[in-house]
Design a binder for this molecule. Structure first.
Ligand SMILES: [Zn+2]
Length: 139
């Protein structure tokens, strides 16, 4: 189901709670909403008003991915970048890594399984931005 984006600061600055397999519907709403917005590469669940740690993003081949409970394990090559945000009106300067190792969970056959991903470049930056959202941090 496509949901409306929220700019509610109270929602966006709340640290998201751990997502479980029971949150599959939230993940689906996230995918539906992401697909409904032109030029939108990523969304976190709290941007559609649900404070659960789930993110969705499109990679450079335009394939969509969902991560439950993502966190950065390691980052290389920190630099300052200017980022905008769909649900926050001002641009901000933030520190991002050129490469990150991310631990997350993926829903497989109704169960969450631990996974890891090595991400770099634009996709890595989006996922770092999304993980900030999960932690209730606006850029
Ligand atoms: Zn954002």
């Amino acid at each position: 189901m496509i949901r409306e984006l929220t700019k509610d600061r109270d929602v966006l600055t709340t640290k998201c709670s751990r997502a479980t397999a029971a949150d599959a519907e939230v993940a689906q709403d996230l995918l539906d909403t992401l697909a409904s917005i032109d030029d939108c590469g990523c969304l976190a669940a709290n941007q559609i008003g649900v404070t659960k740690s789930i993110i969705a993003y499109k990679d450079d081949k335009d394939e969509t991915h969902v991560m439950y409970n993502p966190r950065i394990m390691m980052g290389l090559g920190a630099s300052k970048v200017v980022e905008g945000c769909l649900t926050y009106d001002e641009e901000s300067t933030v520190v991002r890594y050129a490469k990150v190792k991310v631990a997350y969970e993926s829903l497989v056959d109704g169960e969450l399984r631990s996974k890891r991903a090595d991400l770099a470049g634009w996709v890595g930056e989006m996922v770092q931005h999304m993980i900030d959202h999960c932690n209730g941090r606006l850029v």
